[in-house]
Ligand binder design. Structure first.
Ligand SMILES: NC(=O)c1ccc[n+]([C@@H]2O[C@H](COP(=O)([O-])OP(=O)(O)OC[C@H]3O[C@@H](n4cnc5c(N)ncnc54)[C@H](O)[C@@H]3O)[C@@H](O)[C@H]2O)c1
Length: 299
């Protein structure tokens, strides 16, 4: 399989960045990371590991390979050292446009002129970040889902000036990680599948926040209907309710449509610190969420 890059750097090793680093190490790439918070990678992997152990027998990278993959990743404390020789730099810092622009600027200062810069943003098209990089023709969106949980898909989308070969390199890289690339031919807020998932989030959050239904019933129906081991609310907990909120705010900021504004009840959960799996509480309580109990789906 065509390997367009050899050295991968991931900036931000929270929920998604840590998984992208693991996927890259698993596929045999040389992987470096940088996170502004010391110990972020191991903290994230501990949480991901205990959450996954409670729900799947074998994650996308089998348990037996986890330690080996993790040990091959170098965690640097200086951004310049993390980026200097990278062929591809993927940023996975929080969903804040100004922060991402700042990170794009920093990456560009330290990266070689030929390096490609990708954002894992869930909702911000790279066209809104590309100028900060000073190399818009080498920037693109590569948006992963929860790969270790088995969601091995990634949206790939260019910006206004992305060279076709850069888009193609992104697509090839995704394939080499064992993920299925979902190519977006022209800019679309939400990319390919994430736009579908966003419609589900918007509708189900509104039904819950307005008191029409119990969120558990939505999840029960989804689990039976789709044969998945969690429903939309369980999945939002796994993603992080703060991340979900920030993404909804990007859609609202884009459209200005009041129906796109995330519900106050979601904001209230954030203010109570109920951020989902990573906080031990979101819609459900962890590490033993109620939906994993067989009785959850008993008639
Ligand atoms: N959580 C998900 O399921 C999910 C799925 C797909 C995409 N995403 C996207 O991935 C990105 C990251 O989301 P996440 O859920 O991993 O967030 P997270 O909060 O779990 O992790 C973000 C990490 O970035 C680090 N960070 C913050 N500022 C930094 C900086 N200036 N330089 C280096 N590191 C910095 C933080 O310390 C943290 O470890 C967001 O754009 C989000 O939309 C998230």
């Amino acid at each position: 399989m065509n390997r367009p890059f050899e050295r991968i750097t991931v900036i931000g090793t929270g929920t998604l960045g840590a998984q992208i680093a693991m996927l890259s190490a698993n596929a045999g790439y040389q992987v470096k990371t940088f996170d502004s918070r010391e110990g972020a990678f191991s903290e994230t992997m501990d949480k991901l590991g205990s959450d996954l152990r409670s729900r799947v027998d074998q994650p996308f990278i089998p348990w037996g390979r986890w330690e080996d993959c993790a040990s091959k990743i170098s965690h640097l404390t200086q951004l310049s050292e993390a980026i200097g020789d990278a062929d591809l730099v993927v940023e996975a810092v929080p969903e804040d446009m100004e922060l991402k622009r700042q990170v794009f600027r920093q990456i560009s200062q330290h990266a070689s002129p030929g390096a490609v810069i990708a954002t894992n943003s869930s909702s911000i098209p790279v066209s809104r970040l590309e100028e900060s990089s000073g190399r818009p023709e080498r920037c693109l969106n590569i948006h992963f889902y929860m790969p270790l949980q088995g969601m091995n898909i990634a949206d790939v989308m260019g910006g206004t000036k992305t060279q076709p070969e850069v888009l193609q390199a992104g697509i090839s890289w995704v394939r080499t990680l064992g993920c299925v690339p979902l190519t977006v031919n022209k800019e679309l807020l939400g990319f390919c599948f994430n736009r579908v998932w966003r419609a589900i989030k918007k509708e189900t959050l509104s039904m819950w926040a307005n008191g029409f239904v119990d969120f558990r019933d939505v999840d029960r129906a989804w689990m039976i209907f789709s044969n998945m081991n969690m429903g939309p609310f369980g999945l939002m907990d796994a993603i992080g309710l703060d991340v979900v909120y920030d993404i909804e705010m990007v859609y609202f900021g884009d459209s200005g449509d009041p129906s796109d504004q995330p519900p106050q009840a979601l904001k209230d959960k954030l203010q109570r610190g109920e951020l989902g799996v990573k906080a031990g509480k979101g819609f459900y309580t962890y590490p033993d969420p109620e939906y994993l109990n067989p009785e959850f789906l008993t008639p």
